[in-house]
Structure formats: C-alpha cells, structure tokens
Design a protein around this ligand. Structure first.
Ligand SMILES: Nc1ncnc2c1ncn2[C@@H]1O[C@H](COP(=O)(O)OP(=O)(O)OP(=O)(O)O)[C@@H](O)[C@H]1O
Ligand SMILES: [Mn+2]
Length: 556
C-alpha cells in the first residue's frame, strides 16, 4: 500500500469510529431523555431537560451540531414582488390627493420621501401647500429641545376653539359612561385573595376600555410577564407568522413574538405590508402608544430577554421542538411551523441563546368572555396587484355609514381612532378587528396585532388615514389629545420615550420613529383642518355639541 493510500485509509477509519461514538452518544441520551430529530439534525436532550447535562450538552452542540448534514431548502420561499413601483400604486390616495389645499409653515411637515416623485409626494405637497424643502432629520428635532414651543402653539390656532385650554395640559377624560359595565359584573364573579394579575385584568375589563387609567394592576401584570417562570410553551395556531403561547406557573398566559432583526432594520423595500416581518418591539411600542393616546384598547405588552435553552428549548415538544437547531455561527435557532417565514432560511436565532421577545397578556378565554371578529371596512386587498374598493372610491364612507354597526353609535368613530393610532405607528396591517360580544355592539374594538407597525420611520403612509379623510369624522377628545401632543410641553415623542423607558428592553424604538410620530401628529391635524374647511364643525367633530353645552355651563 502506498503512503498516500495508508493515510487515506487511516482517515476513513477514524471518521467511521467518530460517527459510531456520536451515534452511541445520541442513543444513550435518548434512553434517558427525549432525543428528537430536528430539521438540521439531533440536539441532545440534556439541553431540553434541566441543568444536569446542560454543560455537556452545550459542548456537544458547539462541537457537532453545525456539522450535521446540510439543512433542507426553505419550505416556504417568499416570492418577492416583481416591481418596486407596485408599492407606489398601493399608496395611491383618494380624497386628500384631489382636494387638499392646505398651507401652513409647520416645520414638522417638511418630511422627506425616499421615493422621489411618488404619488405620496404629490399628496404631501398638497397637504403642505408647497414642495418639501428638506430631507434632513434635523428639521424634525423635538420642539422642546429647541425651546420652540411658542412656534408650535402658533400653529393650529384655528383648531383650538374646539377644545378647552386645560385639555392641553392633561389627558382628556373621554366620555366613558359605562366604565362600571365590567366582565366582573356581567359574569358575576368574585376574585379570591390570591387572584393572579391576569385574573384581576380579565374581570376589570369594561365596556369602555381594557383596563382603567392608572390601575396598578397593569404594572403588576407587566412585571409578572417579564419575570415569572415559563411553565409551558406551544405554538399559536392561526395567524401567518410564528408566535408562541406562554403559560406561566401560577396560571396566566402571554403571546410571545420573537425578535428577528435589530431595531434599525426597516421594512424591506420590496416587501408589501402583508409580507413584512412582525416586530416584537412594534408590539411593545404600540401598547404604550395606545395607552398614551388614552384609548386603553390594546392588551398590555412587555419586552423580555428570553433564554432560549432553558425557557424555550427545554419546554418545547413535538413539531416545534423539531425545528430547533444550531446555526453555523453556533447560535441556538428555531423556526416553528407557520405559513410565513417558518423555515430554516428565516429561523429565529439567539445570541448565542439569548433572544428578545414581546409578551402580550392574553385576553380572557373565549369560553368565559366571547369575542366577535369583524372584517375591517378599510381592509387592504392583501394582494400585490389588486386594490380595495376604498382605494379607488372617494365616496366609500357614504356606503359604510349606511351599514350596521357603522350606521349608529360609536363604531365608526372608534375605527377612526384606530386609523389615527395606526397612522402614528405606521401600521398598514389592519384586516380584521375584534370586540367583546359580552358588551354588545356599543363597545370598543380591541387594538390587537400591531406587529407590523414602526417599519418605516421616514415614510408617512397617508392611506392609513383613509377612514378619517374619507368620512371627515373625529372624536373631539381625540382632537384634543392630538393638539396636546403637538403643542407640548410634553410632545408625543417625549411621552413615548418616558413610557418606553420603563420596559426591560428599552430602548424599544430607533430614534427616527420618535421624530416620525411627532411629524404624523401634525399631518393628522392638517387632515382634520382640511375636513373642517369643507364641512360644518358639528358634522366633523363628534361630541362637539355636548362639550359646548357643558363648557358654556361650567366654563371648564
Ligand atoms: N393578547 C391576545 N389574547 C388573546 N388572543 C390573542 C391575543 N393577541 C392575538 N390573539 C389572537 O391571535 C390571533 C393572531 O394574533 P396576531 O394577529 O397578533 O398574529 P398574526 O400572525 O399577525 O396574525 P395575522 O397574520 O392573522 O395578522 C389574533 O387574531 C387573535 O384572535
Ligand atoms: Mn398580523
């Protein structure tokens, strides 16, 4: 035998021996624990169950798991859009584009647009009254940083006559008449002394809001979700992207959305609103925004740094478990099973096994408090070439106003609140909404699923405001809130920064989003002003007559 052949033979023998050792190790492990095959190979059960074999297991995965046979092709390749221009088509606007004749010198209006010459540019110019001058972020510095509050106050003076000056300095009290109509009352339940924060949350939900302003129970719930030990995890059925249902030992559940990308990564330019990734930080920020706006219609959400080894892998079973693997960079990853982005090419990976996530408090069980799902009248087409009717018909709102439940009561104006909330957050993904059927139809829509908000800080998606500019309808209290955000001294960006600072994963948003929110407040106010230039104030501002009555009596 030649020297080269001998070396070759020796190497072949050692490969065979090494493989047998590996196989034996796995067999051994599987007799004690539950070795499971993943898409990318085997993972030692030691990782899954407790700490005894954990160190050894980690060493094993470091050494070998990335050397397993090549991973499968992604099961679910995402088909990219063919042309970038389709995006602009989606952004076409109706009534604002054709009618806007607004003009003011709000520096916040001078926003940039990456898509030169798009239809959105046209709308922006119309709203602005002249071509945007600046593409520089400096333009949108917070006013309080500049000591420039007087300048802000000089704007929208025309809108000030619909609110009282006191409403600029503190959150407005909505006209919440039925705060005492609660789950507790309608279901006739009482709480035990050792009730969990979830139980307290559930029974206190009212016909008007999910939780009461300043209720300390919400902080308790956030704290619990951020710190309590996970007891069980499973994949959330339904929905398009991966979500986990977390159960905590004392009872109580949360919906987990994992972090996929750093905060700075924006919606990919070729992604539609319906192919965009969900962002855990968007869920967190949207909860804070909803609360700051005084709606309290979004379930509480908190950020948490999750240990994937001990908190996820150790508890995963079945199909979910089989999707865990170690990446070539030695990070622990998994992808779960769902219809979008649940494959090896779009796996969620830790550093090496630490992962940020958002945890949203579960609403009460549907058996206990049933919910009704409604199709949103301003739903987008969710198709890369088709448009929805409202995108082409400026009179669309006239039809909606005829239909129950939009023909009477609060629902239509609630959807306009929701549109303003979504516009501030940049969320285009509002296809359905839910209400608690226990409370009938005259109750709020729950603000659920904000995972696709905060995707583009420099882009203002005007079409999100379609319910506002097509119906020309807004609650007086929402107008007061927007004016307060605009005038300061605590502008929306300041309030958001302060509120988000309490989250364990702060900073939650990249800086550009704070600038964007202040800018969008001003844009929304200009749209309302535009409506007021075309319609009687009583027709536009809901609750104006009531307030005038009260104001003339009390003077406050
Ligand atoms: N906090 C919650 N408590 C109870 N159920 C919830 C909660 N959040 C969401 N759900 C339910 O789970 C469903 C899916 O959640 P979500 O909409 O956030 O995920 P998604 O993947 O974005 O779904 P989709 O792709 O359908 O938009 C919701 O329609 C809702 O019925
Ligand atoms: Mn969604």
């Amino acid at each position: 035998m030649k020297w080269k052949e001998r070396v070759g033979l020796a190497m072949a023998v050692s490969v065979v021996l090494l493989t047998s050792v590996l196989v034996l190790d796995i067999r051994y492990a599987s007799s004690g624990g539950r070795a499971e095959q993943t898409d990318a190979g085997f993972i030692l059960p030691a990782l899954r169950h407790g700490t005894a074999r954990q160190k050894e297991g980690r060493q094993f995965q470091r050494q070998f798991l990335d050397k397993q046979p090549a991973v499968k092709e992604p099961e679910n390749p995402v088909i990219p859009s063919r042309t970038a221009t389709v995006n602009n088509e989606e952004l076409e606007l109706g009534v604002v584009a054709s009618n806007a004749t607004l003009n003011d010198d709000d520096p916040a209006a001078q926003h940039s647009n990456n898509e030169q010459g798009s239809k959105v540019d046209v709308v922006r110019d119309l709203l602005k009254g002249k071509r945007s001058q600046s593409t520089n972020d400096e333009t949108y510095k917070n006013a309080e940083d500049d000591g420039d509050l007087d300048h802000l106050k000089s704007q929208f003076k025309d809108l000030m006559k619909y609110i009282s000056p006191a409403e600029l300095s503190r959150p407005v009290k909505g006209n919440l008449r039925e705060l005492d109509v609660t789950v507790q009352r309608l279901r006739n339940v009482s709480l035990s002394d050792d009730a969990t924060s979830w139980e307290k949350f559930h029974v206190s939900i009212s016909k008007e809001e999910l939780y009461h302003e300043d209720d300390p129970m919400i902080d308790e719930l956030l704290q619990d979700m951020a710190t309590l030990e996970f007891y069980n995890i499973s994949q959330k059925e339904g929905g398009t992207q991966l979500k986990l249902v977390i159960e905590f030992a004392p009872g109580g559940m949360a919906m987990l959305k994992p972090m996929r990308f750093p905060r700075e990564q924006e919606t990919l330019p070729n992604h539609f609103y319906f192919t965009d990734y969900e962002r855990h930080n968007a869920e967190i920020a949207a909860f804070h925004l909803d609360r700051i706006m005084g709606f309290r219609r979004a379930p509480p959400v908190v950020g948490r740094l999750v240990n994937m080894t001990t908190e996820l892998y150790a508890l995963a079973t079945g199909e979910l478990l089989r999707t865990f693997f170690i990446s070539p960079a030695q990070n622990l990853c998994f992808h779960g099973k769902c219809s979008y982005y649940c494959d090896t090419g779009h796996a969620i990976c830790g550093h090496p096994d630490q992962m940020e996530a958002s945890l949203a408090a579960f609403l009460p069980d549907k058996e206990f408090v049933p919910r009704k799902t409604w199709r949103h009248p301003w739903r987008r087409s969710y198709h890369k070439r088709k448009k929805a009717q409202w995108e082409e018909d400026d009179q669309y709102c006239d039809q909606v106003r005829q239909l129950p439940p939009y023909n009477e009561g609060r629902r239509l104006v609630d959807l306009i609140d929701l549109a303003i909330f979504d516009f501030l957050a940049g969320n285009m993904d509002r296809h359905h909404y839910e209400t608690l059927s226990l409370f009938g139809n005259q109750t709020f829509p729950i603000h659920l699923d904000q995972g696709r908000a905060f995707g583009r800080a420099k882009h203002d998606e005007m079409s999100i405001l379609a319910p506002l500019y097509q119906c020309c309808l807004v609650r007086r209290t929402t107008l007061a809130t927007l004016l307060r955000f605009h005038h300061g001294p605590f502008r929306l960006s300041t309030l958001m920064r302060k509120s988000l600072a309490r989250d364990p994963l702060d900073p939650i948003l990249a800086a550009g989003h704070f600038v964007a929110m202040d800018r969008r407040v001003a844009i929304t106010l200009r749209v309302i002003r535009h409506c007021l230039s075309r319609h009687e104030a009583d027709q536009v501002i809901v609750g104006l007559a009531d307030w005038k009555d009260r104001f003339s009596h009390t003077g406050s």
